[in-house]
Design a protein around this ligand. Structure first.
Ligand SMILES: Cc1cc2nc3c(=O)[nH]c(=O)nc-3n(C[C@H](O)[C@H](O)[C@H](O)COP(=O)(O)OP(=O)(O)OC[C@H]3O[C@@H](n4cnc5c(N)ncnc54)[C@H](O)[C@@H]3O)c2cc1C
Length: 394
């Protein structure tokens, strides 16, 4: 068995392909081909070395993976949400870190500039970000404020045509390599505003976060603001309050729901192939009921999540999807993908813990993905509040 070759065959048990247009399939296949050619051959080494493959940023830009739903006049793809979902699925089939880079850039940096930025901000930043010339990051989480970001303490005061920003953000994807950060901070009256901060501004630093066991090929860091003087024209004029960051997270969570199924599909496909080829007690291990149970449950959960994601994308295209529906899809997909990767790892036995196969890398990555952009528990509380009308957060 050649472990290193990318033999991925996409599972499609309920003929979902028939729900996609030719354009959707073309887009998906272009990203799938890119991942086979440029990501699979190198990603294991980057993950083992805990290094960020910086060279892929421009490749992802050229492929149209940054801001696919943003209009073409700003450098985006002008595509629909099924296209966006398929792109994220294929990227995460390669690695959750690669998909995270694209999610952050498109949904968390380009989207707020597109939706809430001035014309000057849009024309300055969006083409640079769409092409991958610049990498961006999104600063919401703080050391003491994760699930409850509205309690953030990062704040600014106003001085003539400038603001002066102080505070710190933690766990920020892309931070160590980003040229620009969309940062959420409180104005002098305590209202959350979006501020565009550029690398090189005095008092702004981005120390890297080390020793992660998860998303090792994604760069994570802090954002530290020590009296950073920023022109007032860098404030996003079109939004105030938590609606700003939450609307961005809504877009990114949609991408995660599709993305993690890529990791799950890769683990299922790897485990199925391995189970048919690996022989113990004189039979392929796929012949044992215990292993068939795992594989059958995997494909069932993959299929259910694919259908939920597809329906969510249709609702997104029709601008009818609620934040709560996005929340449910993110939570469900992360939960089933995490279980699928754990079961796949078991099917591979000892080989499952090695870098010869992608399974343990995906499994460890998903421990971050099930936590970031709203934890598993927080999304359950969102659904709970939606169906009962009762807030159980506090
Ligand atoms: C690799 C990685 C990348 C990230 N990238 C970014 C990024 O780019 N930008 C950004 O802003 N953030 C980012 N994050 C931060 C991420 O969004 C937070 O980690 C997440 O929101 C959870 O916050 P926390 O870690 O502070 O956990 P906490 O909020 O401290 O939660 C700890 C536990 O308590 C539970 N909990 C909290 N409140 C409640 C409640 N009311 N009821 C029941 N249980 C509760 C949670 O579910 C969790 O299990 C990233 C995180 C990681 C790990």
């Amino acid at each position: 068995m050649s472990a290193k070759a990318d033999l991925f065959q996409s599972p499609d048990y309920f003929e979902l392909d028939a729900l996609f247009t030719d354009e959707h399939r073309l887009i998906r296949d272009a990203v799938r081909t890119y991942v086979k050619k440029e990501i699979t051959p190198v990603i294991e080494k980057y993950a083992q070395d805990a290094a960020f493959p910086e060279h892929i940023v421009k490749q992802l830009g050229a492929l149209g993976c940054f801001g696919p739903t943003i209009p073409a006049e700003y450098g985006g793809g002008g595509l629909d949400y099924i296209s966006y979902g398929l792109m994220m699925q294929e990227l995460e089939r390669g690695d959750s870190g690669v998909r995270s880079t694209a999610s952050v850039q498109g949904s968390l940096v380009m989207f707020p500039i597109f939706a809430y930025g001035s014309e000057d901000q849009k024309s300055k930043y969006l083409p640079l970000l769409a092409s991958g010339e610049w990498l961006g990051c999104f600063g919401l989480t703080e050391p003491d404020h994760g699930s409850d970001p509205s309690s953030m303490v990062t704040h600014f005061k106003e001085e003539a045509d400038h603001i002066v920003l102080n505070g710190a953000k933690m766990w920020i994807s892309n931070a160590p390599f980003a040229q620009v950060a969309v940062v959420w901070a409180k104005d002098p009256s305590g209202i959350v505003r979006g501020v565009i901060v550029e690398r090189g501004m005095e008092g702004f630093s981005t120390p890297a976060t080390h020793n992660k066991w998860s998303l090792r090929a994604s760069a994570t860091g802090e954002l530290v603001f020590d009296n950073v003087r920023i022109p007032k024209t860098n404030i996003l004029p079109g939004v105030s309050g938590m609606k700003g960051p939450l609307s961005c997270l809504n877009k990114a969570r949609f991408g995660i729901a599709w993305g993690v199924m890529g990791a799950a599909m890769d683990c299922y496909d790897t485990a199925l192939r391995y189970a048919k080829e690996r022989t113990q007690f004189g039979k392929p291990i796929a012949a044992f009921q215990l292993q068939q149970k795992k594989l059958a449950e995997m494909i069932t959960e993959i299929t259910k999540a694919q259908l939920l994601n597809w329906r969510l994308a249709v609702l997104m295209n029709e601008e009818k999807a609620s934040a709560q529906q996005v929340s449910m899809a993110k939570r469900n997909a992360c939960s089933v993908a995490t279980q699928i990767c754990r079961d796949a790892r078991q099917i591979l036995g000892g080989m499952g813990i090695t870098g010869e196969y992608p399974v343990m890398r995906h499994m460890m990555n998903l421990e971050s993905v099930i936590t970031y952009e709203g934890t598993h528990d927080i999304h359950l509380l969102i659904t709970g509040m939606d169906i009962t009308g009762i807030n159980a957060f506090k």
